[in-house]
Design a protein around this ligand. Structure first.
Ligand code: FAD
Length: 404
């Protein structure tokens, strides 16, 4: 290729688009696209393992920025924060120890969780993660990635930045995923949810999940933050929403108001949730998909922050420890960390299409603390179900089916 008489651009985007790929001299070992939990975790882990590595964290937004979310941070996510060297990142927020679940048929359980969860608005949580990355020397730039080209041993973003490995952590509508030819999750594996904030008594400390038979699977939640407000929301599967034939906003806002009439919500904001039942291959070439970009959202609960922190960390480990072949390394570590769990949630998601199955599971959890703990572990962490328990729930489910 002819060289550009103006010479290669030094840094930044745009300027070097006029150059050739070979001229790109903004060179990094790992470039992470998206600075949500997955991207920040990836940056922090890469820095931890290879303090000398050149790591660039890009996000189209500047932080603090809001993100439509229930703000529920599972205990498992907190353990990931500790692994990243941030055990106290959310220690100033009140632990949420009690969880109440109402099944689609009205079975109820209210119990204390084995390890507390937290509720931290994403405006706060994500900004803290980005700040932690920045304070450890990660370069954070505001930039929206729009183009990607594969070189032999590298990837070039927007004709300007060259990366040994790209970690795509750019969320549910991942542009990077599209650019490497992996389509978005099919509708049948995608949920949509709206969240808002409502006033609650400051001592309300019960996380409530109220499942709905109408348009099942669907549920509303109220997650008290601990400051006199609660994150409230409602989510359902995309095909069920479309089947109503009504505008999405009308359905989501309307059902939230109907299900939690005592908690009028403000700041309503909706977003898609690509569920792990529709997960694609976890990348292509030198590009690894983490968090929502890789459809890592629990199909039973909509939990995605723990998965984002975990998969961001694993992607970074693959990028810095196996730079010659990051994708096979990432695939292997994903299989080790989440393989059996994802098979479990795939199967449970299929079984839970029958609301009576969930009724049976919640009824069992109401009587047995060990079952409650296990369901929390499957819904919010990387737990699996022992065959004996699956059999107990199945017996109850069949029993209720026989009874009518
Ligand atoms: C209504 C709702 C409620 C939820 N409730 C919970 C909950 O209570 N608990 C839980 O664990 N999970 C919940 N989830 C799921 C959770 O929000 C996601 O799983 C989580 O945010 C995934 O993190 P991430 O880092 O992969 O993506 P994100 O947090 O979406 O971050 C992606 C980042 O990429 C940036 N970006 C996007 N495109 C580009 C681009 N082209 N170039 C540069 N940057 C880009 C964005 O600005 C963003 O900062 C909920 C989801 C929804 C929609």
């Amino acid at each position: 290729m002819a060289s550009d008489p103006r010479g290669p651009a030094r840094t930044g985007f745009g300027a070097s688009r006029r150059g050739t790929l070979d001229q790109v001299d903004d060179v990094w070992d790992v470039v992470i696209v998206g600075a949500g939990p997955a991207g920040s975790a990836a940056a922090l882990r890469a820095r931890q393992l290879r303090p000398d590595a050149r790591i660039l964290l890009l996000d189209r937004a500047s932080f603090p920025r809001d993100k439509a979310c229930g703000d529920g941070i599972a205990a498992h996510a907190r353990a990931e924060l500790a692994t990243l060297g941030l055990p106290d990142l959310i220690a100033d927020h009140r632990p949420a120890r009690r969880l109440s679940v109402i099944s689609p048929g009205g079975a109820r359980v209210l119990a204390t969780v084995a390890r507390p969860n937290h509720v931290v608005p994403r405006l706060v949580f994500d900004a803290r993660l980005v700040e932690a990355a920045r304070s450890r020397g990660i370069e954070v730039r505001r930039h929206r990635v729009r183009a990607l080209a594969h070189g032999g041993d590298h990837v070039v973003l927007d004709g300007a930045v060259r990366a040994g490995t790209v970690i795509a952590a750019d969320g549910a509508n991942s542009a990077v995923r599209r650019l490497i030819g992996i389509p978005a999750s099919p509708d049948r594996h995608t949920a949509i949810a709206v969240r808002g904030y409502a006033d609650v008594p400051a001592d309300d400390d019960v996380q409530l999940i109220a499942m709905q038979r109408e348009g099942w699977p669907a549920y509303a939640w109220s997650f008290p933050v601990g400051d006199g407000t609660a994150n409230v929301g409602f989510g359902m599967l995309l095909p069920e929403l479309r089947a109503t034939g009504l505008p999405g906003r009308e359905v989501l806002h309307g059902r939230l108001a109907r299900l939690l009439p005592h908690l009028p919500a403000r700041d309503l904001r909706a977003h898609h949730l690509p569920l792990s039942t529709g997960r694609p291959k976890p990348g292509a070439g030198r590009v690894l998909l983490a968090g929502d970009a890789g459809s890592f959202i629990n199909p039973l609960t909509g939990e995605g922050i723990y998965y984002a922190l975990l998969t961001g960390r694993l992607a970074a480990e693959a990028a810095v420890l196996s730079p010659a072949g990051p994708l096979p390394a990432y695939r292997r570590s994903l299989r080790r960390a989440l393989g059996r769990h994802l098979v479990t949630t795939d199967l449970l998601a299929r079984a839970s299409r029958h609301p009576a199955f969930i009724d049976a599971a919640i009824e069992t959890a109401a009587r047995r603390g060990d079952v409650f703990d296990l369901l929390v572990d499957v819904g919010l962490g990387s737990g699996t179900v022992p065959p004996s328990l699956a059999a107990a729930v199945a017996r109850r489910w069949l029993g209720s089916a026989v009874r009518g």
